[in-house]
Design a protein around this ligand. Structure first.
Ligand code: AQP
Length: 328
């Protein structure tokens, strides 16, 4: 039986942080044995907010090397750059022509981000491109956090609409629920998610942060009132967030950690969290350094995945174009 198809992506908008790692990358690494896995560097999505071209290019290559360093295995997963597969934008255009404008205007992410980026059409149409990303690979499952749920619903609806208007073409994707998208919150504000593009670098621990930087950032992380190390999301959101991080990296339960840190202060807990992060990130950083020196290898991996992704995406696009009535 063929494996179910899984697709996810990451935008090259900064150095990925431990939130991206725990909420996405680490899970991708774990599931790549069981799914036909497509991991996309979503550079077309990234430009919905203006980028500086030179830095943007560097970040795109950096993220490829970093994903490999984290354990994405090119023998198991197709790790590709979205803009290298023109079928994404072509299918997005076709889907745009059956998308009611009102549906896009209602999207929470558009409403939230439009003030930051200006109300650009790309930001409005972003869910349509995302639907094309998913549908091109006949994807069975995509991981979704709360903020992406609306977009997946949209992709499902537009696929159904296309299928009923032009004939069966697309697989209707399902959400891969569960902990795959648990949210890591900002270290400077536990009520807002950790974010690569946060203005304050103390918001996140980037995967390439040095031990000194990690020490400094964890030291300055906000804590809650009281002094007990206890998992209480509502009343102790900062400690709960750090416990989330600790538990995910150590693979211990909150219960085990509460016992382990019963007699310890916030400062001691932070010190141990720091050492844990350094121990877990150092091997990734070492691997990243080796890989980023090996440009030939990176190019070869990208070339192979481009060939594979193009083949699949072009086949689906062709089916869709034939159904619409284009001369092929
Ligand atoms: N804080 C987070 N906790 C858990 N998972 C997270 N992800 C992002 N932030 C957290 C997951 O990482 C994957 C890649 O994210 P993305 O690059 O597509 O963009 P994003 O979700 O918008 O992430 P950022 O870091 O906040 O980037 P910017 O600041 O550029 O917008 C996704 O699977 C995401 O769920």
């Amino acid at each position: 039986m063929p494996k179910p198809v899984f697709l996810s992506g990451i935008q090259p908008t900064g150095v990925p942080h431990i939130g991206n790692y725990l909420g996405a990358i680490k899970k991708w690494v774990e599931i790549q044995d069981n799914y036909e896995t497509f991991i996309m560097v979503a550079d077309l999505h990234a430009i919905t907010i203006p980028r500086e071209p030179k830095e943007f290019k560097e970040k795109t290559l950096e993220i490829v090397a970093l994903l490999l360093a984290c354990g994405i295995d090119p023998k198991k997963s197709t790790l590709f750059i979205q803009s290298q597969i023109p079928a994404h934008t072509e299918l997005a255009w076709i889907l745009n022509t059956i998308t009611p404008l009102g549906e896009l205007e209602r999207m929470t992410q558009f409403k939230e981000k439009k003030d930051r980026a200006g109300a650009l059409a790309g930001l409005l149409n972003y869910p349509v491109l995302q639907a094309a990303d998913i549908l091109l690979y006949k994807t069975n499952v995509v991981p979704v956090g709360e903020d992406q749920f609306q977009h997946l619903e949209f992709a499902r609806a537009i696929a159904k609409k296309f299928n009923s208007k032009f004939g069966e073409t697309f697989i209707i994707p399902e959400a891969l629920s569960d902990k795959i998208t648990s949210r890591i919150m900002g270290l400077d504000n536990p009520n807002k998610k950790m974010s690569k593009s946060a203005k304050n670098p103390n918001n996140y621990i980037a995967l390439l942060d040095s031990p000194e930087i990690i020490r400094k950032k964890i030291k300055s992380a906000v804590t809650d009132s009281g002094k007990e190390i206890k998992y209480d999301r509502e009343n102790k959101p900062a400690i709960a967030n750090m416990l989330d991080i600790y538990a995910a990296f150590s693979e211990k339960t909150f219960g085990q950690l509460e016992i382990e840190f019963r007699e310890k202060s916030y400062a001691e807990f932070k010190e141990e969290l720091t050492e844990l992060l350094i121990a877990k990130l150092t091997p990734i950083q070492k691997k990243y350094k080796e890989l980023s020196k090996n440009k030939n290898l990176l190019e070869k991996i990208l070339e192979n995945s481009k060939t594979k992704a193009s083949k699949i995406a072009n086949k689906t696009l062709l089916e869709a174009k034939e159904k619409v009535g284009f001369i092929i």
